[in-house]
Design a protein. Structure first.
Length: 112
């Protein structure tokens, strides 16, 4: 069996697009683009996602809370490493920008 051949979907897949338009209504009557990965109507997907989120609100809140707090130290370490690496790679440009900013805003500092 399988799905009938859909040229719009094939073109979207080749082009790397996430959605495509068939010009036809879905089973629920939406005239909305469809997702290339699942062939599902985007409007049906949006409605289902909101319905799921509403039904599992507390579970999602707890999962997010656990994720946020268990990975806080790792995220902080990654941020510090990123900042150190960025400064090392862009040191001269950052120093020059700081000098320019200082000279352009010198009078603002005197007012404080």
């Amino acid at each position: 069996m399988g799905f009938p051949k859909n040229l719009a979907r094939d073109k979207a897949l080749v082009a790397g697009q996430k959605t495509y338009d068939t010009g036809e209504r879905c089973h629920a009557g939406h005239l909305s683009p469809r997702r290339t990965d699942s062939r599902r109507c985007c409007e049906c997907q949006r409605i289902a996602s909101r319905k799921y989120a509403k039904a599992h609100k507390e579970q999602n809140r707890q999962r997010t809370h656990v994720w946020y707090h268990t990975l806080a130290g790792e995220r902080k370490a990654n941020l510090i490493k990123y900042r150190v690496d960025y400064y090392a790679a862009n040191r001269e440009r950052l120093i020059e920008n700081s000098r320019i900013y200082y000279h352009e805003h010198k009078e603002c500092k005197d007012e404080i």
